[in-house]
Design a protein around this ligand. Structure first.
Ligand SMILES: *[C@@H]1O[C@H](CO)[C@@H](O)[C@H](O)[C@H]1NC(C)=O
Ligand SMILES: *[C@@H]1O[C@H](CO)[C@@H](O)[C@H](O)[C@H]1NC(C)=O
Ligand SMILES: *[C@@H]1O[C@H](CO)[C@@H](O)[C@H](O)[C@H]1NC(C)=O
Ligand SMILES: *[C@@H]1O[C@H](CO)[C@@H](O)[C@H](O)[C@H]1NC(C)=O
Ligand SMILES: *[C@@H]1O[C@H](CO)[C@@H](O)[C@H](O)[C@H]1NC(C)=O
Ligand SMILES: *[C@@H]1O[C@H](CO)[C@@H](O)[C@H](O)[C@H]1NC(C)=O
Ligand SMILES: *[C@@H]1O[C@H](CO)[C@@H](O)[C@H](O)[C@H]1NC(C)=O
Length: 734
């Protein structure tokens, strides 16, 4: 197999990667590894010869042909095809922080902004168009109305990015790169930053899309689509492809975006499992972004609702959970006996009259070897066409609708214990809960002639919003147990945003409907809401550090209820995004590089690790840990055991960004567990000037008894009468 060249590679790299067909035996045992070397102190030529000589030491004269991507702009390292043994040798070399096999990560509006109290008419800074959002995703569809550049001036002077491939950037999309280190493209993939998937177009327009009136999805939910900062610029970093998003391409995106000069990075992509810092491409890339003053906002992934399912765990990343909004779509099912059940789905189809209703368990394709216990779930190809054609079918599970459609069903009623799995389907579908499914089942059994109708979706208000969707990845943090994750919730269910006309709206083959706007759900959709507001904060406070912006978003978030989300903060973090409060937080909890370094020391990393991150040879953990014993994080979490005495204290420092002279008082929300006592010392903070920092101590003492909840939530709020600076305090028994 000849290695295919592609324009993404920089020139120096092009020269070394000439196609070759010479193969040695060990080539079959090679996998892609990332060799991460921390902070870069070398120029390009020097780092190139260093990388090459390192590879030559382990591979010999074939070194060049196995080198892939090099990271030299914003941090240091490279990727290469290595055997396990070669990787092991490299990991012992001087300057190498970690060597890890490349993995794949997965991709995971309108009324959502109004629900957040952020109307079209909000006050905006004239500098909004100086902000550049770097979108790490599946690319973009530049011809979408969300990305026209009418009324935009030239890109900000600081911009150093470029536009690659198959379209010309404009003054809205000012940069577009794509990364595919292995050079292998699927036949349906566009070798360009163009988006044939839809995900990247959707997330980019949610963060920073233009205002587009009369947007709708096949006639549903008509309204105005817009991004959080509609005047901001977009820089596209396409790193996700049909197979997923590889570690080496993710790192390339960070390496380029930091050097290009983006202000905020939005990544609606995540690891399926949490991974420790030095083998986690998001943690590595966003650490170097943070060093350069860039906040990275990441989706908390879609592996919920079980505990420890979020893969976004680093304290310098802002990790986002997906919540609901008040406007819901309801898809009623009418039964022949007059009963109407409120299911959910995105159903733009209109059916007339009543149709025969059958249960999938009664119609297996027996000749193909299926029986009732398989067909009841409408499993792939399990249905008998002759018995299904022209009917509405009840399935004991959820699917993409393909099997029902291929069997000729008129519509499908699916069953899901969590009724927030809301998708588009190739045929009329309504998803009902277990209780509703039992009602339908009883009706089918009660008559020889059951009938039903699935109605078109209608817009309803849902008073229980916001709550966190079942699919949203949950805490506790699997790696850093003293950092609460996720950080924040934003709308991520049924979000309407731009869509490429070439991208399918369902994954069902043969569904060729093309739409300019699509409605989809995921933490991927929640993430760009937060990125947009992070950019909005930056337009008013251009000098704020990433941690100040992150703190502002978290301490102003609206408190959420644990009625539906019994896992409380481990579902929603600090609460639901509150854009207008976030630009006036009053106080912020700041942390800079040195604070994160001492945090890593406390987590067991060595001085050697720290030196590679700083690029000096004098940092030491003992010195760092002397200065900071506790990361200045805007939330508090205490893992404990039942009946074990808790005696924890936290040092925190807040910076005054509200009014010069102000007095804040501490309020503690009573924890529900009777045995806990929380104190703040001092409990009054008097500020004399802006930028002033004051410290305090929070101590938590007591016991979680056998009968108490495993999660006890409380909160500290600093209040000066104008600002309420709220931080959840969570004590839990893992
Ligand atoms: C360029 O984009 C168009 C879609 O507008 C696509 O049809 C074409 O295949 C692309 N070319 C390449 C080389 O990717
Ligand atoms: C409204 O929210 C509740 C959760 O409180 C959920 O069970 C229900 O399905 C939602 N209704 C609709 C129509 O989505
Ligand atoms: C149905 O088919 C599955 C798989 O072929 C088999 O394991 C199961 O025992 C069958 N059930 C019945 C009730 O025959
Ligand atoms: C049963 O399945 C077989 C194999 O997929 C298919 O050829 C046949 O048409 C199916 N029969 C019915 C009645 O659906
Ligand atoms: C069965 O349904 C048909 C219409 O689908 C109706 O004409 C007929 O009266 C029904 N029979 C019974 C027994 O309900
Ligand atoms: C740091 O390392 C460089 C090269 O590795 C060396 O030249 C320098 O003397 C070292 N400085 C200290 C303070 O050890
Ligand atoms: C909190 O900070 C103060 C002053 O910086 C320091 O004396 C104290 O040891 C710290 N306490 C903890 C628990 O880190």
């Amino acid at each position: 197999m000849a290695i295919q060249l592609s324009v993404i590679l920089n020139l120096c790299f092009l020269l070394l990667l000439l196609p070759t067909t010479i193969h040695t035996e060990s080539d079959h045992n090679r996998k892609v590894f990332v060799v991460y070397m921390g902070h870069n102190t070398l120029d390009d030529a020097a780092s190139f010869s260093l990388h090459l000589s390192m590879l030559q030491q382990v591979i010999g004269r074939d070194a060049r042909k196995h080198m892939l991507q090099r990271y030299t702009k914003s941090f240091h390292g490279f990727s290469a095809r290595l055997t396990e043994e070669e990787a092991k040798k490299l990991s012992g070399m001087e300057g190498v922080v970690s060597v890890f096999p490349s993995k794949l990560s997965q991709l995971e509006t309108t009324s959502s902004w109004d629900f957040l109290g952020f109307p079209l008419t909000v006050k905006r800074s004239t500098t909004e168009s100086d902000i550049i959002i770097g979108v790490f995703d599946s690319g973009i569809w530049p011809e979408s109305a969300s990305f026209t550049d009418l009324g935009y001036g030239p890109p900000p002077a600081k911009w150093k990015g470029i536009c690659q491939g198959n379209f010309t950037c404009n003054n809205k999309i000012i940069g577009a790169r794509y990364f595919k280190a292995d050079g292998i493209f699927d036949s349906t993939e566009l070798q360009s930053p163009r988006d044939s998937d839809g995900h990247g177009t959707h997330t980019a327009s949610t963060a920073a899309g233009n205002v587009v009136t009369n947007a709708n999805h096949l006639g549903l939910n008509t309204g105005t689509a817009r991004g959080g900062v509609p005047r901001a610029r977009i820089a596209v970093y396409k790193m996700c492809w049909i197979q997923g998003c590889s570690d080496e391409d993710i790192l390339s995106a960070f390496d380029a975006a930091i050097a290009d000069g983006v202000d905020i990075i939005t990544v609606s992509v995540g690891l399926r499992v949490a991974e420790e810092h030095f083998i986690n491409p998001f943690a590595i890339g966003s650490f170097h972004a943070m060093k350069n003053g860039i906040l990275t906002v990441q989706s908390g992934n879609n592996q919920g609702p079980m505990p420890q399912t979020t893969g976004s765990i680093a304290p310098w990343i802002l990790s986002v959970a997906a919540g609901t909004k008040d406007i819901d779509l309801m898809t009623p099912v009418r039964l022949g006996n007059g009963v109407v059940l409120d299911g959910v789905s995105i159903n733009p189809f209109t059916l007339d009259g009543m149709y025969p209703l059958i249960y999938a368990g009664d119609v297996p394709n027996i000749t193909a070897g299926f029986n009732s216990s398989i067909s009841r779930f409408c499993s792939r190809n399990s249905l008998d066409k002759n018995l299904v054609k022209g009917k509405i079918i009840l399935c004991d599970g959820i699917s993409n609708g393909e099997t029902e459609m291929l069997a000729g069903a008129v519509g499908s009623i699916m069953t899901d214990p969590y009724s927030d799995t809301v998708m588009s389907y190739p045929l009329p579908v309504s998803v009902v809960n277990l209780e509703q499914a039992a009602t339908i089942s009883r009706y089918i059994q009660s008559t020889r002639n059951a009938t039903a109708l699935i109605l078109k979706s209608e817009v309803v208000k849902n008073a229980s919003a916001p709550y966190v969707a079942s699919f949203s990845g949950r805490g506790p943090n699997a790696i850093h147990q003293n950092i609460l994750k996720p950080d924040l919730t934003a709308p991520g269910v049924r979000i309407l945003a731009a869509w490429p006309p070439v991208a399918p709206i369902t994954e069902v083959e043969g569904d060729r409907r093309a739409v300019p706007f699509n409605m989809i759900s995921g933490t991927s959709m929640a993430c760009p809401h937060v990125s947009g507001i992070a950019a909005y904060i930056k337009t008013f406070n251009p000098t704020w550090s990433p941690s100040a912006i992150k703190s502002a978003l978290m301490t102003t978030a609206s408190a959420m209820s644990d009625k539906i989300n019994t896992d409380a903060e481990f579902a929603y973090g600090a609460g639901n995004l509150n854009p207008l409060a976030a630009i006036k937080p009053g106080l912020v909890y700041e942390a800079v590089e040195v604070d994160y370094l001492s945090f890593l020391c406390l987590e067991g990393y060595t001085s050697q690790h720290i030196r590679s991150l700083t690029g000096d040879n004098s940092s030491s953990c003992s010195q760092l840990m002397e200065q900071t014993k506790d990361l200045n994080y805007p939330t508090f979490v205490i893992p404990t055991l039942r009946n074990r005495l808790i005696d924890s204290s936290f040092n925190r420092t807040v910076t005054n960004v509200g009014s010069a002279k102000s007095t804040y008082r501490a309020f503690i929300t009573r924890p529900l567990a009777s045995g806990l006592r929380i104190q703040v010392e001092p409990n009054v903070l008097r500020f004399e000037r802006l930028g002033q920092k004051l410290s305090f101590k929070v101590s938590v003492q007591g016991i979680i008894r056998r009968l108490d909840d495993p999660i006890v939530s409380s909160a500290l709020t600093w209040d000066d009468g104008v600002h309420q600076v709220r931080s959840p305090i969570v004590v839990h028994v893992p």
